[in-house]
Design a protein. Structure first.
Lengths: 513, 366
């Protein structure tokens, strides 16, 4: 596909032509063409694994393209390393920040640009420059604060400042809103718009359609390593983009009937969790989950949801309070499973799956004590493989290969394998953490349908997710957590993104009122 | 170890390249010393496999290495580095020695059975201590097992210099055991069958070692207990999630590892010397680390690696005898090179091979 550059327009700030990149037999980028006009916000959207990050890593010099050209301001460049990219005026803000936590903002920004044997001269110059940048772009940051004391939203601004300080005229942001509250995301978008007004160019990588519609001028859609479409944002719709992304029509809303909750299954009473560092992570949390309903826990990552989930599943020691499953306390993870608690953990690669184990051995993790899987202490390998095979077919895990290492499956397929394991052992209560993190749209749809079906079968489900859309479309009741406490609990019918966003930021209804 | 290499490269080509590199460097040293490396190799191979006695000695040493290799490999399955095989084998020997000294005269199979159990029990106890320390106190096994090697050596020196020393003589060793507890040596067994194989201390321990290989394989890959142990070795977080206690598995793994190392003492104490001697472990515990690494933690690999080191030990001493410029220390250097390239520099050729043979995991379309 060629990129039409209308005569009279300035040369694109960044243009890619015929870029190819393969990793072994995987063609991650196929003949990519992209033109980003200067002074615009250009969105690149696509499912996980569509090749967005590979493409940006080529532009930023982490990878070399197998073939193709990179043009910056109309001039062809060879970018061999991030240093080359920075020299060409390209900056990147990564999904995971690259900051030294005990250092101050100023020290972090100076890293690699110290300028001389002592820091002082460089620091003085940097301070002046940073203050100017902050003024110009509404990037309010205390440059003498230590990174570890700053909330994630501010840390992200530090990353942006760092890129601008290095002279970035083109700024790439990789999934920047994953860790932000809706309010913080809005602030980020204001910053991006002011960058644009000052003539800088922004490339925004995301899989969230809402963000594309809210902030970009142009959007390019990637699917399966190819660039499938370029659109002006004003001339497209969410539905069209979604269809382009997955190559077919998708349900953005999950269809479900109203819940018919029955008896309580999980009772949490005044739960307190103090972690190994002595930090109070969960503070006086009480709630109930009933059979036949999905309770969603919303909140920005890192507000105690992870520790709550671990405490409920028996992995983490409870400091005080009670967790009652069918009225009886949960002693540990093995006890939780005996009491019919299933748990899809947030971190499936660290917890939910054992790296280096084949799929079939992973299919019994936590359930390996069941007589169905072992006889006289010996594992019934053939039987386990057969179970695994059935689940892989039933949950559309591809490829259907029980002997393949679990980590060789894609994120979505790994998650479906974990989900199959936890659902197929027929739990009364299913704890689900970030079920669709790193999972492509097709699999998200599947996972959501399964969860609803389970609810309709009369099971209790507790869903923890940082994706507000997911909570809104699945949960029957929504609990919002902030800083370890519950800041609000509302019926799904009464919930909207703005109200929940306020609660996620710790602003309680009574305070706001 | 997330391996992307095809098995024949990972288990065949890579160890062979490491070995070849070790021999190449060793050959250079031989050349510098003014000898012919070809001749050295010929002497070494002949010394290890050339005649009946040589084979017997090679297999005798191999037996030691199988036990200590299995010990290191088992702990490794649980993610632990057991550097204490030496001490565990030594203390295992104490168990066997006590049985030999005090009840060596018991009827034939019973005394031997108790001796085997004592070796495993004492070695297991010496492995359990660092296991407990790591599980309950967070002391790293690498540190504690090394320290326990010294403690084991001190205990044995004291015991053999004083309480267990044979009365009326100054050599630090125990009395010779009653013949009823001696493990049958293979040349005797074959002699009774009318076959003459060379005299060597090779004894029934070799079969005990091979049985241990089978049991190791069954335990690690076929049992539920082995599954739990491997989960902990791969990921403690996944183990906790799955209701498996890492602390418990660490103690189990170290105990079993110590027991395997302890069984090595059967070969030396009950099979060859028939008395407890100072320093009978001779560094086999440490070489076990290289054996386990080279053998990729698999019994077949461990047997092959143990055979290699057994041949190096036996052929090396013949080489030292026949080629005066290559003395005993030179042979240790060659063994050291093999350990260096096969064990410590295991990853030297890996990136290079991965660049050529790697099969990247192909994510399936979801």
């Amino acid at each position: 596909m060629s990129v039409a550059v209308t005569a009279g327009q300035p040369a694109p700030a960044v243009a890619l032509e015929g870029v190819n990149k393969s990793f072994g037999p995987v063609h991650a980028n196929q003949d990519i063409a992209l033109a980003v006009q200067p002074g615009t916000i250009h969105g690149i959207i696509g499912e996980n694994g569509a090749g967005k990050s590979t493409l940006m890593n080529i532009l930023y010099g982490f990878y070399q393209a197998d073939s193709g050209r990179i043009l910056v301001d109309g001039k062809e460049l060879v970018i061999k390393s991030p240093e080359d990219a920075i020299a060409a005026g390209i900056g990147m803000v990564h999904q995971h920040f690259m900051l030294v936590e005990p250092f101050t903002v100023l020290e972090n920004i100076l890293l690699g640009a110290e300028g001389g044997w002592t820091l002082e001269a460089g620091a003085a110059r940097a301070r002046e420059e940073l203050l100017r940048l902050e003024r110009d772009y509404a990037l309010e940051v205390d440059i003498d604060a230590r990174i570890e004391d700053l909330p994630v939203g501010i840390q992200q601004r530090v990353e942006i400042l760092k890129a601008l300080f290095r002279g970035a005229r083109v700024l790439i942001l990789d999934e920047p809103t994953g860790v932000l509250t809706p309010q913080e995301a809005d602030h980020l978008f204001r910053i991006l718009k002011s960058l644009k007004e000052q003539g800088r160019t922004v490339i925004l990588i995301t899989h969230k359609l809402r963000e594309i519609m809210a902030v970009t001028d142009n959007v390019s859609v990637m699917r399966g390593g190819e660039m499938v479409a370029h659109r002006k944002t004003a001339e497209t719709t969410t539905e069209e983009l979604a269809e382009l992304m997955v190559g077919r029509k998708v349900l953005l809303r999950v269809e479900k009937r109203p819940a018919r909750p029955k008896a309580p299954v999980l009772d949490v009473e005044h739960l307190e969790v103090v972690d190994e560092l002595g930090v109070r992570r969960v503070k006086d949390v009480s709630f109930t989950v009933r059979a036949g309903e999905i309770v969603g826990i919303a909140g920005v990552a890192g507000n105690g949801q992870s520790q709550l989930l671990e405490a409920l599943s028996g992995i983490r020691r409870i400091t005080s309070g009670r967790v009652l499953l069918h009225g009886a306390p949960v002693l540990d993870a093995a006890d939780a499973r005996r009491k019919k608690l299933g748990h899809v953990p947030e971190d499936r690669l660290r917890m939910g799956l054992v790296r280096g184990f084949p799929a079939y051995e992973n299919a019994i993790l936590g359930y390996h004590l069941l007589p169905a899987y072992a006889e006289h202490g010996f594992l019934k390998k053939r039987g386990i493989i057969e179970h695994c095979l059935g689940w892989m077919k039933g949950y559309d895990v591809r490829p259907v290969a029980p002997l393949l290492q679990a980590t060789s499956f894609s994120g979505g397929n790994q998650q479906k394998l974990v989900l199959a394991r936890e659902m197929e052992h027929d739990p009364d209560l299913l704890l689900v953490g970030q079920p669709t993190r790193g999972v492509d749209i097709g699999a998200i749809e599947f996972i959501h349908k399964r969860l609803i079906a389970m609810r309709d079968a009369g099971k209790a489900i507790l869903l923890v997710s940082v994706e507000l859309d997911e909570i809104l479309s699945l949960a029957d009741r929504i609990i919002v957590m902030f800083d370890g406490t519950i800041t609000g609990e509302l019926e799904a019918s009464a919930a909207d993104a703005r109200r929940i966003g306020m609660l996620m930021a710790g602003i309680r209804e009574e305070m706001a009122a | 170890m997330p391996t992307k290499l095809p098995p024949w490269v990972n288990y065949g080509l890579l160890p062979l390249m490491n070995l070849g590199m070790a021999f190449l460097v060793a050959g250079l040293i031989v050349v510098i010393l003014g000898e012919s490396p070809i001749e050295a190799v010929r002497l070494l191979v002949f010394g290890a496999f050339g005649y009946g006695e040589a084979v017997g000695y090679t297999l005798f040493y191999t037996t030691n290495f199988i036990f200590t290799g299995l010990a290191v490999a088992l702990a490794f399955q649980c993610g632990l580095f057991n550097i204490g095989g030496e001490g565990q084998a030594y203390i295992g020997g104490l168990g066997v020695g006590l049985v030999g000294i005090y009840i060596g005269h018991w009827p034939v199979p019973i005394g031997i059975m108790i001796g085997i159990m004592a070796a495993a029990l004492f070695g297991g106890l010496w492995g359990f201590i660092p296991g407990w320390l790591q599980a309950r106190r967070g002391s790293h096994t690498v540190i504690t097992t090394i320290m326990l090697n010294f403690i084991a050596a001190s205990i044995m020196t004291y015991l053999l210099v004083d309480p267990l020393r044979r009365e009326g003589q100054q050599i630090p060793e125990s009395v010779t055991f009653d013949e009823r507890i001696w493990l049958p040596q293979l040349h005797e067994v074959f002699a009774e069958l009318g076959l003459a194989i060379g005299r060597s201390p090779l004894n029934a321990s070799l079969f005990i070692a091979l049985v241990c290989c089978l049991l190791y394989w069954l335990f690690v890959w076929k049992t539920r207990a082995g599954y739990e142990l491997r989960v902990v070795g791969r990921s403690e977080a996944a183990a906790v999630y799955g209701g498996i206690s890492p602390a418990r598995q660490i103690m189990i793994a170290m105990t079993l590892s110590g027991a395997l190392a302890g069984l090595m003492s059967l070969n030396e104490v009950l099979g060859a010397q028939h008395r407890l001697t100072l320093g009978f472990t001779g560094g086999y515990g440490f070489v076990g680390i290289a054996v386990a690494l080279m053998g990729r933690g698999h019994p077949i690999g461990i047997i092959l690696a143990a055979l290699l080191f057994g041949a190096l030990y036996q052929g090396g001493s013949e080489l030292a005898f026949d080629m005066p410029t290559i003395n005993r220390d030179m042979v240790v250097v060659i063994q050291g090179l093999v350990i260096l390239f096969a064990g410590a520099l295991e990853h030297m050729f890996r990136p290079w091979l991965e660049a050529r043979f790697a099969r990247p995991a192909v994510p399936a379309p979801a």
